[in-house]
Design a protein around this ligand. Structure first.
Ligand SMILES: *[C@@H]1O[C@H](CO)[C@@H](O)[C@H](O)[C@H]1NC(C)=O
Ligand SMILES: *[C@@H]1O[C@H](CO)[C@@H](O)[C@H](O)[C@H]1NC(C)=O
Ligand SMILES: *[C@@H]1O[C@H](CO)[C@@H](O)[C@H](O)[C@H]1NC(C)=O
Ligand SMILES: *[C@@H]1O[C@H](CO)[C@@H](O)[C@H](O)[C@H]1NC(C)=O
Ligand SMILES: *[C@@H]1O[C@H](CO)[C@@H](O)[C@H](O)[C@H]1NC(C)=O
Ligand SMILES: *[C@@H]1O[C@H](CO)[C@@H](O)[C@H](O)[C@H]1NC(C)=O
Ligand SMILES: *[C@@H]1O[C@H](CO)[C@@H](O)[C@H](O)[C@H]1NC(C)=O
Ligand SMILES: *[C@@H]1O[C@H](CO)[C@@H](O)[C@H](O)[C@H]1NC(C)=O
Length: 766
C-alpha cells in the first residue's frame, strides 16, 4: 500500500514560507487548502505552508505541479490580483489582501480585500453521497461576490482564467480548445493527441478540462496568450469575446481560457459570479472481466445527462441549491463531530474532500451506447504512495467515511474485488491486494504477484463485508460471495494466530513475523465470518468459527502481552516492543467484542504514557505514526482523556504549518513533519471519521450503555442516543453483554450469537 524508500523530512520551500499567516482561519490553516478536489484528476490545492495567501502562489495539482488559475478584479479602475501569481507587463496591479480563510467539509472560503471592496471567494467541491450522479460529476464550483466596505458604491469587474496546465503532466504537448456560447459560456481545452488510460506525472493524458460560467448580463470571454488576455481585462475591465485558434503547446505563449463579469456599482454584497471547473473523460477506467478481457467503464453521471454541456449547464444553474445542500451537509458533520470534540470537528472538516477526491463511480455502456447502471462500480486511486486501484488496505482505513456517509458507496468499492476474484483468475488463496498496479487500469493480477498482504487483506475484506451488511441489512455480498469469504477465512484460521513473516498495511515499516496487531485483525476476521455465516443461516459454521476465534483470543493474549503485563507487544515474545493496536477498532465497529475489556484498559493506560507532541508512534521501530490509525486507536480507548489526546495530537500535526502538501497520513510524532516520499493527499484520511462511524456501531449489548453519542448520519437518520461517550466499553464485558461472544472463564467457552434483527436494530442504517 505505501512504499517508503527513503525517510527524510520535507523542507518547506523557502519561497512559500512567508511567515505566520496574517488572516483569521476557521477552524485552522491547513498545510494545503482544497480548492477543486473531486476526482483523481480534478485535484487543485493551495499549498499554504506557513502562510501563503490565495494570491501568493499558483494553485497546484496534488503532486505540486502548477495549475494556472488566475483571479483579477477591477475596483474603480484599479486592477487587483486575488488568485495566483499572474504577471501583467506594463499594467499597474495590486495584490488584494487576504482577510480570512474558512474550511468546511465541502468548502474553502476566502475573503480578499481589494481597496474599498471585499471579495468573497467560495470554492465548493460538493459531497453528495446519496446521489451517485451528483457525486460522480467531475466538476467543482467556485464563486466570487463583492461588497463595499466603506458604505460607498464602487465600480467592480471580476475576472478568472485557467491555463492548459489542467490537461497534461507535460507542458510541451500540443493542446487545442474551443469556446461555446449560449446560456452558458464554456471553454473546453484538451490534448491534441489523447492516450486513453495513460498518465504522465499522475496526470491523465485523456479527456478535457472545462471552465464555464453562466452567460449573465455583462459577461465576456476570451482565449489567448496569458499576458495578452489578462492585460485586456486589467486595462479595460472587459474581454474581447474572441478566440485564439493558434493551437500550440501548453507552455507556448501560455494560452488561457478566461471570463469577465461586470458587477456594476457595488454597495452591499452582490450575488455571486459562479464558475465551474472540471476535468471530464470517457471512458474513465478499464476493468478486467472473464478471460482477461477488459471492459471500458464510463462515469455514472452519464446516466442522467446526454452531453457534457447539459451536465455543466444543470450544475451551474443548480448552484444555489447545491450550496444549500453543502451547507446542510457541513452543518451535520460539524454537529456530529462536535459531540466528540471541537478538535475532532476541525480534523474531520479537512478530511472529507480529500478522501472522496480519490474516487470515481462508474457504469458500463450497452452495445447501443446507452448506459447500464445495473452494474455500478466505484474505483479509488491510491494517491501518491503509489497508483494502485482499489487497494484493499487503503479502502479499509477510509471505510469509516463510507459507513458514515453512505455504506452503499462502500459496497460499490468492494464489488470489483469480489467480482474479479470470483472469476477465478487470481491464483492465491488469500485476498488480492488491489485491482491493478496503476489507476485507471483495474486489470487485476492474474500472475498473483501483487504486493502480498495475506492476513491484512483477507481480514479487511471480511470485516468490511460484515459491517456493510450490518449497516444496511443488504445481505447480497454475503450471499453471492459466501464461498470466497469462506476461502479467505480458511486462510486466516491457518495463518492469523501465528502470522508468518509478512507485510501488514504498514509496509514501509517492513515485514515481521508474529505481529500482534495483524493477529488481532485475522481473529476478528474469523469472528466476522462467524457472523456472516449466521446471517447466511449456516449455524454450524457460525458456531465453529466463533469457537475458533474465542480460542485464538485466549491464546493470543498470552502470546501478545508483555511479560510484565503492561502492554501488548509489537511481535510475540518481544516484551520491549509495542505499537498502536488499531485493529481492535474492528471489534468495536462490528460489535463482535471478542477481545476482553482488560486489553482495552491496559492499552489505554499505555498510550497515555507514550504521547509525543504529535501523537503516539505507530510502533517501536520508528518515531513516525499514521494519522488514520491514531484516530482508529482513539476509537478503542476506554478514557475520553486519552481519546482526546489522540485527536489533539493529529490536529496539532495537521495545523502545525510545517508541511505544505495535501494532508499526509505518515508523519513524525516528535517534530510534526510529514515523512518524505510517502503518502499525501491519500484517501485514507477517510479514517479520521472512525469516531463518527462508531456512533452507529452495533454495541453487542442489549442492556448496557449504548456506547454511542447519538450522532446522526449525514442524511439525517439518528443513531441511538446513548448517555455516555463513544468509548464506553461496558458493552465489552460479557457479563452484561447479551450479544457478545466471549468466554466466561478459562475452561468453558460460550457463544451467543445475536439475532440478525437485534444486530441490525443496534446498527440502524444511516
Ligand atoms: C499603482 O497603483 C497604486 C494604487 O492605485 C498607486 O498607489 C501606485 O502609485 C501606482 N503605481 C504606478 C507605477 O502607477
Ligand atoms: C446511498 O446511495 C444509494 C444510491 O444512490 C441511495 O439509493 C441511497 O438512498 C443512499 N443512502 C443514503 C443513506 O444516502
Ligand atoms: C442532484 O443534483 C440535482 C441537480 O443536478 C438536484 O436537483 C438534486 O436535488 C441533487 N440530488 C440530491 C439527492 O440532492
Ligand atoms: C494502462 O494500460 C494501458 C494498456 O492498456 C497502458 O498503455 C497504460 O500506460 C496504462 N496506464 C497506466 C497509468 O499505467
Ligand atoms: C479597450 O476597449 C476598447 C473598446 O472596446 C478598445 O478600443 C481598446 O483597444 C481596448 N484596450 C485594450 C488595452 O485592450
Ligand atoms: C512466532 O511465535 C510462535 C509462538 O510463540 C513461535 O513458536 C515462533 O517461533 C515465532 N516465530 C518467529 C519467526 O519468531
Ligand atoms: C471448523 O472449521 C475448521 C476450519 O475450517 C475445520 O477444519 C473443522 O473441521 C470445523 N469443525 C467442525 C466441527 O465443523
Ligand atoms: C454515563 O452516563 C451516566 C448517565 O448520564 C452518568 O451518570 C455517568 O457519569 C456517565 N459515565 C461516564 C463514565 O461518563
Amino acid at each position: 500500500m505505501m512504499r517508503l524508500f527513503a525517510i527524510s523530512l520535507i523542507l518547506l520551500n523557502a519561497a512559500t514560507a512567508l511567515g505566520a499567516a496574517t488572516w483569521n482561519a476557521e477552524p485552522f490553516n491547513p498545510a494545503s487548502v482544497p480548492l477543486a478536489v473531486r476526482s483523481p484528476y480534478l485535484s487543485a490545492w493551495l499549498a499554504q505552508g506557513q502562510g501563503t495567501a490565495l494570491n501568493d502562489a499558483w494553485p497546484t495539482f496534488w503532486t505540486g505541479s502548477i495549475l494556472g488559475w488566475a483571479g483579477l478584479a477591477k475596483v474603480d479602475g484599479q486592477a487587483y490580483i486575488w488568485m495566483g501569481q499572474p504577471g501583467i507587463p506594463n499594467v499597474n496591479t495590486t495584490k488584494a489582501t487576504q482577510q480570512s480563510l474558512q474550511i468546511t467539509s465541502t468548502q474553502s472560503v476566502f475573503v480578499m480585500t481589494a481597496g474599498p471592496v471585499d471579495l468573497t471567494i467560495t470554492f465548493l467541491s460538493p459531497i453528495e453521497p446519496s446521489d451517485f450522479v451528483n457525486q460522480s460529476l467531475p466538476l467543482s464550483y467556485y464563486s466570487v461576490s463583492a461588497a463595499s466596505t466603506d458604505g460607498k458604491s464602487h465600480s467592480v469587474q471580476v475576472y478568472a482564467d485557467i491555463s492548459a496546465e489542467w490537461v497534461s503532466g507535460d507542458d510541451t504537448l500540443i493542446v487545442n480548445w474551443a469556446t461555446t456560447t449560449g446560456d452558458v459560456l464554456s471553454h473546453e481545452v484538451k490534448l491534441a493527441i489523447q492516450t486513453t488510460y495513460t498518465e504522465i506525472n499522475d496526470r491523465i493524458q485523456q479527456g478535457s478540462a472545462f471552465h464555464s460560467t453562466l452567460n449573465t448580463v455583462g459577461a465576456t470571454f476570451q482565449t489567448g496568450e496569458d499576458v495578452v488576455v489578462r492585460a485586456q481585462f486589467a486595462t479595460n475591465g472587459t474581454l474581447s469575446n474572441t478566440q485564439d485558434t493558434s493551437f500550440r503547446a501548453v507552455s507556448d505563449r501560455w494560452p488561457v481560457f478566461a471570463f469577465a463579469h461586470d458587477l456594476g456599482a457595488v454597495t452591499s454584497a452582490t450575488s455571486p459570479v459562479v464558475y465551474s471547473i472540471g476535468h471530464v473523460r470517457d471512458p474513465v477506467v478499464q476493468y478486467i472481466i472473464v478471460n482477461a478481457d477488459t471492459q471500458a467503464r464510463s462515469s455514472y453521471f452519464w446516466t442522467r445527462f446526454a452531453s457534457i454541456g447539459d451536465a455543466i449547464s444543470t450544475f451551474l444553474n443548480d448552484y444555489p441549491n447545491a450550496l444549500a445542500r453543502a451547507n446542510a451537509f457541513d452543518a451535520q458533520v460539524k454537529s456530529d463531530a462536535s459531540k466528540i470534540s471541537a478538535d475532532y470537528a476541525s480534523l474531520v472538516a479537512l478530511s472529507i474532500r480529500q478522501a472522496f477526491g480519490a474516487t470515481e463511480i462508474t457504469v458500463t455502456k450497452n452495445n447501443d451506447g446507452s448506459l447500464d447502471n445495473s452494474n455500478t462500480l466505484m474505483f479509488m486511486k491510491e494517491i501518491s504512495s503509489d497508483g494502485n486501484v482499489n487497494t484493499v488496505d487503503v479502502i479499509y482505513p477510509s471505510w469509516p467515511l463510507f459507513l458514515y456517509t453512505n455504506a452503499t458507496l462502500g459496497k460499490q468499492l468492494l464489488l470489483p474485488l469480489f467480482e474479479y476474484q470470483t472469476t477465478g483468475q487470481y491464483p492465491n488463496q488469500y485476498s488480492v491486494h488491489d485491482m491493478g498496479a496503476h489507476y485507471p487500469n483495474a486489470t487485476g493480477h492474474n500472475d498473483g504477484k501483487d504486493e502480498a498482504m495475506p492476513v491484512e487483506e483477507s481480514g479487511n475484506m471480511l470485516i468490511m463485508t460484515l459491517s456493510y451488511a450490518q449497516r444496511t441489512g443488504d445481505l447480497s455480498l454475503i450471499k453471492i460471495y459466501f464461498s470466497l469469504l469462506d476461502q479467505w477465512t480458511q486462510f486466516l484460521i491457518t495463518d492469523s494466530l501465528i502470522p508468518a513473516n509478512q507485510l501488514s498495511t504498514d509496509d514501509f515499516a517492513g515485514a515481521l513475523a508474529n505481529q500482534t496487531n495483524l493477529a488481532i485483525k485475522g481473529i476478528i476476521g474469523i469472528q466476522a465470518m462467524a457472523e456472516i455465516a449466521k446471517l447466511n443461516d449456516d449455524e454450524a459454521r457460525a458456531s465453529n468459527y466463533s469457537l475458533i476465534a474465542a480460542s485464538y483470543v485466549q491464546q493470543w493474549q498470552k502470546l501478545a502481552t508483555s511479560s510484565d503485563g503492561s502492554h501488548l507487544t509489537l511481535s510475540y515474545g518481544d516484551s520491549n516492543s509495542w505499537g498502536i493496536a488499531y485493529n481492535l477498532y474492528a471489534d468495536k465497529l462490528l460489535g463482535t467484542n471478542i477481545f476482553p475489556s482488560s486489553v482495552y484498559d491496559m492499552q489505554t493506560a499505555w498510550y497515555a504514557e507514550k504521547d509525543n507532541a504529535f501523537g503516539v508512534p505507530l510502533d517501536t521501530r520508528h518515531t513516525y505514526s499514521k494519522s488514520d490509525w491514531q484516530i482508529w486507536t482513539a476509537g478503542t480507548v476506554t478514557s475520553t482523556t486519552v481519546r482526546d489526546q489522540f485527536v489533539r495530537a493529529v490536529l496539532n500535526y495537521a495545523s502545525d504549518a510545517k508541511n505544505n502538501q495535501p494532508l499526509g497520513d505518515l508523519y513524525d510524532t516528535i517534530d510534526g513533519t510529514q515523512v518524505a516520499n510517502s503518502g499525501h493527499a491519500r484517501p485514507v484520511v477517510g479514517g479520521h471519521l472512525a469516531l463518527l462511524a462508531l456512533a452507529n456501531a452495533p454495541t453487542g449489548s442489549a442492556t448496557g450503555p449504548t456506547g454511542t453519542t447519538g450522532a446522526t448520519g449525514a442524511t439525517g437518520a439518528t443513531g441511538s442516543s446513548g448517555s455516555n461517550s463513544t468509548i464506553d466499553t461496558n458493552g465489552l464485558n460479557p457479563a452484561n453483554s447479551g450479544l457478545s461472544h466471549g468466554q466466561s472463564d478459562g475452561s468453558t467457552l460460550y457463544v451467543s450469537l445475536g439475532t440478525l434483527a437485534a444486530i441490525l436494530l443496534a446498527g440502524a442504517p444511516l
